[in-house]
Design a protein around this ligand. Structure first.
Ligand SMILES: [Zn+2]
Length: 177
């Protein structure tokens, strides 16, 4: 795993100057070990908080979160963990978004919904599900049906009639200019 900096709540870290030269770097704030208050206007209370700095978004996988959770000593092997991010200025009830949404087959990187092929983040989640003995089914079914051989066969099920070749046409007898 790449060296990542774990920052405690009280530590200072100048994000502006650290990331100014590399725009693909980012930090994650992790809240854990707490509870959610009731809807509406939910809040997350009584938990601990850690920051993980110097993460490169080009290399980051949702799967890496497991290692990060281990680093901060927050593992419950019996439970699947679902990772979310909170949209800025949104209330917790409506602003919490999953990083990868397996039901809708979307990812925060937009790669999955744009291409119909699982991005590296969603593949990491599929691996994670499999490791946790969740039924992931046939792997190819995570790819959009447009790419399936079955769809291709259905598309060409009708007979394609041959058309006349260029030798069957009438000669124009026009001299080239
Ligand atoms: Zn993605």
């Amino acid at each position: 795993m790449v060296n990542r900096r774990i920052r405690q709540e009280w530590e200072e870290y100048d994000l502006q100057s650290s990331y100014a030269d590399n725009l693909s770097m980012f930090s994650i704030r992790l809240n854990y070990g707490g509870v959610f208050t009731k809807f509406p206007g939910r809040k997350y209370i009584k938990g601990k908080m850690n920051y993980i700095d110097d993460i490169d978004s080009d290399l980051f996988l949702v799967h890496d979160m497991d290692e990060i959770m281990e680093l901060i000593d927050c593992v419950e092997p019996s439970k699947s963990i679902y990772y979310h991010f909170k949209r800025l200025t949104w209330d917790l009830d409506f602003g919490l978004y999953s990083l990868v949404n397996m039901e809708q087959q979307t990812c925060s990187c937009n790669g999955w919904e744009l291409t119909g092929i699982p991005c590296k983040h969603s593949i990491a989640v599929i691996c994670y599900m499999r490791l946790n003995n969740e039924n992931v089914g046939i792997l190819e079914t995570w790819v959009h049906p447009i790419y399936w051989l079955k769809t291709w066969k259905e598309m060409y099920v009708l007979k394609v009639e041959p058309i006349n070749g260029r030798f069957c046409g009438k000669k124009a007898h026009v001299l080239p200019s």
